[in-house]
Design a protein around this ligand. Structure first.
Ligand code: VGL
Ligand code: ZN
Length: 208
């Protein structure tokens, strides 16, 4: 079974959102062409889904400013602007994304005391969201991962997929993803590659 994981293609990570990734919205037409390709047996998506006052928000820590390192539950934590708050427009999947074709939407980041970049488990690698067990149960052998942001949620999701779904082959679709910083993206791609994730383009996927 071949599956596609669309990571956090939400208003909040697109221009106009609360934590905009440069050109984040450019992934939407590419994601739609992947969705429509007929290459996948299963299409899943993740959705960053924070309660207001989440501990990853700078606003929850007196004196902290967004994009500085701070601390959450005794561990280093990037301080983010308030983003993707449950039930707000910011948290909705991008309106142009063909979300009616998505088989399962995995929400994450609900625990106020820990962040969850990965679609599969919290940042302390403890609490599983259940997505790995679901994909394993569906006998997924091949998983393509793309979306927002390459240097955070996409990278951690791809690495966890490899670790948590027995025997799975993982590919990262570079042009269907965007990151927060160019240096972060370069380091993320190198880390994924070194762990055995294939770095591909949507053209290659669509032609394959
Ligand atoms: C993300 C920062 C905070 C992401 C989510 O989707 O990459 N980044 N929350
Ligand atoms: Zn978040």
């Amino acid at each position: 079974m071949k599956a596609l994981l669309l990571v956090d293609i939400q208003n909040g990570f697109c221009p106009g959102g609360n934590l905009p990734v440069p050109d984040g919205d450019k992934v939407v037409p590419i994601a739609n062409s992947l969705i429509d390709s007929g290459k996948y047996d299963l299409i899943v998506a993740s959705q960053d889904w924070h309660p207001s006052g989440h501990g990853s928000f700078a606003s929850a820590h007196p004196g902290a400013a967004p994009f500085e390192m701070g601390e959450l539950s005794g561990k280093p934590q990037m301080m983010w602007p308030d983003h993707c708050i449950q039930g707000t427009l910011d948290a909705e999947l991008h309106p142009a994304l063909k979300s009616e074709e998505i088989d399962l939407i995995q929400q994450k980041g609900e625990d106020p005391d820990i962040d969850s970049y990965s679609a599969f488990r919290d940042n302390d690698r403890d609490a599983s969201t259940g997505l790995a067990e679901f994909l394993e149960g569906q006998s997924v052998t091949d998983l393509d991962v793309c979306g927002l942001a390459t240097d955070y949620c996409v990278k951690f999701s791809a690495l966890d997929a490899l670790e948590m779904i027995p025997g799975v082959r993982v590919r990262f679709i570079e042009d269907a993803s965007r990151g927060i910083t160019p240096e972060g993206v370069a380091a993320a791609i190198e880390e994924m590659r070194s762990r055995g994730i294939a770095i591909v383009d949507s053209a290659e996927v669509l032609a394959g």
